[in-house]
Design a protein around this ligand. Structure first.
Ligand code: NAD
Ligand code: ZN
Length: 378
């Protein structure tokens, strides 16, 4: 590659400050250092967690940054010591690393890793050690990935090499939303055949959770959203019933108890609201009901009556669907290629990186499931 070892100047959407539109800028991307990989991003999805950082979390130490953490691309060049990646490899950058060495990576109980950006900057949500500059200023890498840029640099512990025939404009969704919801149902909730499930929030994450419940053999999958335009899509992924909390003048948990003779076996919160998290827990049946927090928020404390748990319910959380990232993502790509996992059905809009603010607005108004942006030419 003619660009190897040199600074690359390219286009990126920069978030200069919270709550403002992203600005298309020319940025400089430094060459990869030891154990790092420079990736040409071909396609990226827009996930609600990007919006969370921009509009809700607003952590002042997290700006300026380049958002985007649901992308796929091609290796442009590799730094020293990198032996398992070559220029031209198709890859997905990972916001959860898998170093393979730390106590978390060595435990089958978790997909956390002690080495990535997330180990000490969960709240800030960006990597402090960035390879980006713009107009002489350091620009941070959101969740260590920054896929709203034509090029990015990621540590090899946070990159998955994927099947060479994978279509990047589809498998990018496995970099976050689809892996997250799907795994939350399969790996975290451990949904059982014949069970009754409730999924709160029918964005890409919630719809992927519906798909996970279906693939696990759930008998009833109750899809809940305040936006009824989402129900048609939920049916495609396997939902059997639909509930709009706005249609009822009693708590949604009570509605679900009445529909299910005392509560659902599994519930998944895919909204990011502490009030919905509580409803999801209270919608579970006593004795064995399991409720999983998937939606992302760190803004408020949540609350529940202790008797909910004393009576045998379990409340859990799921990050990236519980998948060990470097191992899990290539397998999910293969499952998509084998038609066991749907991806195409999540994509409602195809746009370019320059239209990223339109894509953000579509998510805010609830008029999309996933917008996929083409970034650099393949
Ligand atoms: P999205 O905005 O596309 O979907 C959210 C859905 O929730 C929308 O359809 C909306 O209408 C619905 N909703 C809003 N309020 C509701 C309510 N009170 N009751 C029922 N439904 C309601 O978002 P997304 O990209 O699918 O992400 C969903 C959540 O998952 C976000 O909080 C996101 O930050 C989080 N997330 C978590 C992880 C993780 O690793 N845990 C990873 C990715 C995303
Ligand atoms: Zn995401």
């Amino acid at each position: 590659m003619a660009t190897a070892g040199k600074v690359i100047k390219c286009r990126a959407a920069v978030a200069w400050e919270p709550s403002k539109p992203l600005v298309m800028e020319e940025i400089e991307v430094a060459p990869p250092q030891a154990h790092e990989i420079r990736i040409k991003i071909v396609a990226t999805g827009v996930c609600h967690t990007d919006l969370y950082h921009l509009f809700e979390g607003k952590h002042k130490d997290g700006f300026p940054c380049v958002l985007g953490h649901e992308g796929a691309g091609i290796v442009e060049s590799v730094g020293s010591e990198v032996t398992k990646f070559n220029p031209g490899d198709k890859v997905i950058p990972l916001f959860i690393s898998q170093c393979g060495q730390c106590r978390f990576c060595k435990s089958p109980k978790t997909n956390l890793c002690e080495k990535g950006w997330a180990s000490d900057r969960y709240d800030v949500m960006s990597e402090s050690d960035t390879r980006f500059t713009c107009k002489g200023k350091k620009v941070l890498q959101f969740m260590g990935t920054s896929t709203f840029s034509e090029y990015t640099v990621v540590n090899e512990i946070a990159v998955a090499k994927i099947h060479p025939s994978a279509p990047l404009d589809k498998v990018c969704l496995l970099g976050c939303g689809v892996a997250t919801g799907y795994g939350a149902a399969l790996n975290t909730a451990k949904v059982e055949p014949g069970s009754t499930c409730a999924v709160f929030g029918l964005g890409a994450v919630g719809l992927a959770a519906v798909m996970g419940c279906k693939n696990a053999g759930a008998k009833r999958i109750i899809a809940i959203d305040i936006n009824p335009t989402k129900y048609e899509k939920a049916k495609v992924f396997g939902a059997t019933e639909f509930v709009n909390p706005k249609d009822h003048n009693k708590p949604i948990s009570q509605v679900l108890h009445e529909m299910t003779n005392g509560g659902v076996d599994f519930s998944l919160e895919c909204v990011g609201s502490v009030a919905v998290m509580r409803s999801a827990l209270e919608s579970c049946v006593k004795g064995w009901g399991v409720s999983v927090l998937v939606g992302w928020t760190d803004m408020d404390d949540f609350a529940a009556r202790p008797i909910q748990l004393i009576a045998g319910r379990t409340w859990k959380g799921s990050l990236f669907g519980g998948f060990k990232s470097k191992d899990g993502v290539p397998k999910l790509v293969n499952e998509y290629l084998e038609k066991k996992v749907k991806l195409d059905e999540f994509v409602t809009h195809n746009m370019t990186l320059a239209q990223v603010n339109d894509a953000i607005q579509l998510m805010q108004t609830g008029d999309c499931i996933r917008s996929v942006l083409s970034v650099a030419l393949q």
